[in-house]
Design a protein around this ligand. Structure first.
Ligand code: CP
Length: 298
């Protein structure tokens, strides 16, 4: 089987640590890294919208010397009924070195990985996993605090629909972090993929080293059961609630951000926010991931 990146569930602790260390390597060599992917070609297959993930994969690959081809769903043969398996098999036959996939189906990358030889990278699938976002978040925590072990991370918001949260619920305990979840009860799952503690939002915010807000995925609800203003007041990181943070605590958000909903607009770029640092680290982390899947790292 190819060296695919399917999810945080498949990565061992040493593999996660290796990827974080390689991210450090690429950070040290920014902005003129060695061209280790010269003559390699990466395909970006995004069946759902993306700004951060798609562009950072493209930038990462190009910085390492690779060619990148972006698949346009609307002008591809998938509109004529071609399956994703046949699409990926076609790219494999053409000689692509890696295929980056974002898709609405939870298990699609896992299912394909057992059928093809080209390495696949999960760039966010349904509500199940977003491992590359998780890795860049872990790198950002490690960069800021020195290590992830021992941190208390409060993940606040729509956890049921968040693939980012799901990846963190698996990965953070693997690295020795404590996970708190908080948010409206109807947006919290009945079962979690890792050990968590539930706390009311004020308590969660006061207790955390990292306050991770999640985007309220408004496109998924016909009836949210509470207004946007009520959500911000009761569960968002408002300017008032921000005062509860420990002096050393930081704010993270995977983006895209709904300003004034899960976080006050004034806090997005405040001194304690690592949101733009996360984006910056996204390119470096994806360099480490491309190196790992294409050149091998296990
Ligand atoms: N965090 C994240 O996945 O952002 P995009 O949807 O813009 O890629």
């Amino acid at each position: 089987m190819a060296n695919s990146l399917l999810g945080m569930a498949e990565l061992t602790r040493p593999e996660i640590i290796h990827l974080l260390e390689r991210t450090d390597y690429w950070a040290e060599h920014w902005p003129s890294p060695p061209q280790v992917l010269a003559h390699r070609t990466v395909a970006n297959l995004f069946f759902e919208p993306s700004t951060r993930t798609r562009f950072s994969f493209e930038m990462a690959a190009k910085r390492m010397g690779a060619h990148v081809l972006n698949f346009s769903v609307s002008s591809s043969s998938t509109t004529k009924g071609e399956s994703l398996y046949d699409t990926v098999k076609t790219l494999e036959s053409m000689g692509f070195d890696a295929v980056v996939i974002r898709h609405k189906e939870n298990n699609i990358v896992h299912d394909l990985a057992s059928l093809v030889d080209v390495p696949l990278i999960n760039a966010g699938t349904g509500t199940s996993e977003h491992p590359t976002q998780c890795l860049l978040d872990l790198y950002t925590m490690k960069q800021h605090f020195g290590e992830v072990k021992g941190l208390t991370v409060a993940i606040i918001g729509d956890i049921t629909h968040s693939r980012v949260a799901n990846s963190h619920l698996i990965a953070l305990p693997k690295l020795g972090a404590r996970v708190i979840v908080s948010g409206p009860r109807h947006l919290l799952p009945a079962e979690y993929r890792g050990p968590v503690e539930f706390m009311p939002v004020d308590e969660a915010v006061s207790e955390a080293d990292v306050v991770m807000l999640l985007r309220l995925q408004l496109e998924r609800y016909s009836d949210l059961a509470l207004s946007i203003d009520a959500y911000h007041r009761d569960y968002g990181l408002s300017e008032e609630r921000f005062k509860l943070l420990k002096p050393s605590a930081v704010i993270m958000h995977p983006g895209p951000v709904n300003r004034g909903v899960e976080i006050a607009g004034s806090l997005v770029e405040c001194e304690r926010s690592l949101i733009n640092t996360q984006v910056q680290n996204g390119v470096l982390t994806r360099m480490a991931i491309l190196e790992w899947v294409i050149l091998g790292g296990r």
